[in-house]
Ligand binder design. Structure first.
Ligand code: PAF
Length: 287
């Protein structure tokens, strides 16, 4: 496994790898969710690259860029065990050298939900993902359904810019009690950790109602809020039930949709989502 921090060396080494090449972009602090992406890439592709870069431009001024968990040695050991070929670990200066002045921004899909609560977040994500695609030139790139809106933004950006990369989305990996795996779960106190699975219980409750025939979007959003309200440690920021392609909020669930939420538990801000109807192909988190 080659670990490279330099952009040109990474490009040259990636070009020497057997194709197809799969890329798993990460910010490190790897967990089973990331590893499920690496394993899928390993299965589907002749070579696998992973990037580890805590991208400052996708964090707001009052967000957790400085405290975001970092443990490069542990991450590299995990990736070595998974048989990864290349790990790109650039510094901030390598990705954003002095004078850097270009942003990839999306108008509509990035303005909703997370974009409305985290201004500039998706411009940071889209810019860094576009750069990673241009530097590493993967044939496929792997993302988790947990960051549902991110998968929609990245697909849109890839299509709009004609980037020759297939976007693969894999299901959210959950703890046994349903909590979506996230590098930010380490911020939870033991009490908050006990409360947190109510988020997924709310999403499940709405899914059950959907499966029983309920199509009124507000009834389904309200079902999530009602379950989460049972945990006073959770402050919901939003519950959205939106069309999967445009992220327009729905009145009736008459097309593929994403039911998503964001919530604060103490210092942690967590997101989660489910697709309605739930995907039948269990390998595929998104569409
Ligand atoms: O999902 C993440 O970890 C990040 O948003 C990504 C895609 C690596 C871009 O920094």
């Amino acid at each position: 496994m080659r670990v490279i921090d330099d952009v040109e060396q990474t490009r040259a080494y990636a070009r020497s790898l057997r194709r197809p090449l799969g890329l798993v972009p990460t910010m490190g602090a790897l967990h089973e969710g990331h590893l499920s992406l690496v394993r899928a890439a390993r299965r589907d592709c002749a070579s696998v690259a992973v990037s580890i870069f805590v991208n400052p431009t996708q964090f707001g001024p009052n967000e957790d860029f400085a405290s975001y968990p970092r443990d490069l040695e542990r991450d590299l050991a995990l990736l070595r065990d998974e048989g990864v070929d290349l790990v790109f670990v650039p510094s901030v200066e390598q990705v954003y050298p002095p004078g850097f002045d270009t942003t990839v921004s999306l108008q509509r899909t990035a303005a909703r939900l997370e974009g409305a609560h985290r201004p500039g977040h998706f411009a940071g994500v889209a810019t860094v993902v576009a750069k990673l695609f241009i530097i590493i030139e993967p044939n496929r790139a792997y993302f988790g359904q947990k960051d549902g809106q991110q998968t929609i933004v990245v697909r849109r950006m890839t299509q709009d810019l004609n980037l020759p990369v297939e976007i693969v989305v894999l299901p959210t990996v959950r703890e046994p009690d349903g909590l979506a795996m996230s590098s930010r779960n380490v911020y939870l106190t033991p009490e908050e950790r006990r409360a947190a699975p109510a988020l997924y219980r709310g999403l499940r409750r709405a899914t059950e109602l959907f499966e029983a025939g309920e199509r009124d979007a507000e009834t389904l959003r309200q079902a999530v809020r009602a379950v989460v309200a049972g945990e006073p440690l959770i402050a919901l920021e939003y519950v959205s039930l939106a069309a999967l392609d445009t992220l327009d909020e729905l009145e009736r669930v008459d097309r593929p949709a994403m039911l998503s939420l964001a919530a604060r538990l103490g210092h942690a801000r967590l997101i989660d989502n489910v697709l309605l109807p739930p995907p039948t192909d269990t390998r595929q988190g998104g569409r």
